[in-house]
Design a protein around this ligand. Structure first.
Ligand code: FEO
Length: 135
């Protein structure tokens, strides 16, 4: 069962970014399914790693767009990305060391962070970038 569902309220009206956000939601749901099925560290650790890698790529894409177009809140936005990378890096290290299973607490953090970030931070650049011709 999905822990997170895409809906149009998440759209930033930029096709490539919406696709990336949907993929992140899919990856979080796949991780949640694996956790619910009691999969082991051998399955979960690569899934956490792949999600973190994809998130980093996505952040880099967003940051490039924001920088190229002179988005005024770029620094604050990037700081949120950096904090997320740090937190997920900590999870990864603990999962890899077998000190932490992928728990509901971790899942809820990922889901809540992504949902809040898209709805309150990513959505802020949407009108600015749309105005600059990015769709
Ligand atoms: Fe879509 Fe700012 O992350």
């Amino acid at each position: 069962m999905a822990i997170m569902n895409w809906n149009d309220s998440y759209s930033v009206n930029i096709t490539s970014i919406d696709i990336q956000h949907k993929k992140l939601i899919d990856m979080i749901n796949a991780l949640h399914d694996a956790m619910a099925q009691g999969k082991g560290r051998d399955v979960m650790a690569p899934m956490v790693r792949d999600m973190a890698t994809y998130a980093v790529t996505h952040f880099a894409n967003e940051e490039k767009l924001m920088q190229e177009k002179g988005y005024p809140d770029f620094a604050a936005h990037k700081a949120q990305h950096d904090a997320f990378k740090q937190k997920v890096g900590d999870f990864q290290a603990k999962v890899a060391d077998n000190k932490l299973g992928v728990t509901l607490e971790v899942m809820n953090f990922l889901k809540d962070w992504l949902s809040n970030h898209i709805l309150s931070v990513d959505k802020k650049y949407a009108p600015f970038l749309n105005e600059k011709g990015i769709h």
